[in-house]
Design a protein around this ligand. Structure first.
Ligand SMILES: [Zn+2]
Length: 256
């Protein structure tokens, strides 16, 4: 038979034990909470940013590190690829074919964009995939005639799709490209010679109306030949920077 004292002392032992367990449990809860909080903070989310493509002359793939980013998806049309040569320079001016220049530039642009974490489709001029094509942006890459035109025959030109359901997006893509391309290549915009072939570019009517699209003439194959042939990396970086400006909603110029 248990005495009163015994049962009292037993109760106090259980009391101390219960308090100890409670204390241990609450320490555990705090530890678990803290662990959850710390692990739920993104390790890279705040610091993650695209590495600027601004150049040191190294290869595109070596300049940027891909980090966790939204899933950007962009299409690049290689002007005339799979169809014809495009503009051709006479032998006296190197015999260059526009389609070859376009391909080199588009391929390098693709490398820059991939290094920034963007999924890229390289498309032919009349690619079957252009029908209903949907992505964050479509840029068709061309180069301008090798013929000598009276007056000023240097510079680049850009036109946007008019059939777009989101014209403000296409305009922003165009303005981003104009700004970044001029900054990287040093070429000026040549707005006076934008042709119907550009404003009514066939692919604008084929792609999905939600896809903002532009066509760029990267420079004249005679006057701007040094840039197009010797520095295609700069041409590509100008285009890639313009596309990233659009995708990342960067201010187009420092004043904006
Ligand atoms: Zn062309």
């Amino acid at each position: 038979m248990k005495t009163q004292k015994d049962s009292q002392s037993q109760r106090s032992v259980w009391g101390i034990l219960a308090q100890t367990i409670k204390a241990i449990l609450s320490v555990c809860v705090v530890a678990v909470l803290a662990a959850t909080l710390f692990t739920s903070w993104p390790a890279t989310g705040i610091a993650a940013s695209f590495v600027s493509g601004s150049g040191n002359g190294s290869s595109p793939a070596g300049e940027a590190t891909a980090t966790a980013q939204p899933d950007y998806h962009v299409g690049l049309v290689v002007g005339h690829w799979g169809n014809d040569s495009g503009a051709v320079c006479p032998d006296s001016l190197g015999g260059y074919k526009e389609v070859d220049i376009n391909y080199i530039v588009a391929d390098l642009t693709q490398q820059y964009l991939r290094a920034y974490g963007v999924t890229v489709d390289l498309l032919k001029e009349f690619d079957d995939d252009l029908e209903g094509y949907e992505s964050n942006a479509l840029v068709s890459i061309h180069a301008d005639t090798c013929e000598r035109i009276e007056g000023h025959t240097s510079g680049f030109k850009i036109a946007e799709t008019k059939a777009n359901q989101r014209p403000e997006q296409a305009t922003r893509l165009l303005r981003c490209l104009e700004n970044r391309y001029a900054a990287v290549t040093g070429l000026s915009l040549d707005p006076d010679r934008i042709t119907v072939d550009m404003t009514e570019y066939h692919a604008f009517d084929e792609i999905h109306p939600n896809t903002p699209a532009v066509i760029i003439e990267t420079g004249y194959m005679n006057q701007d030949q040094y840039l197009l042939i010797k520095e295609p990396d700069r041409v590509a970086r100008g285009i890639a920077d313009g596309i990233m400006c659009y995708l990342k909603r960067e201010p187009i110029s420092p004043e904006e």
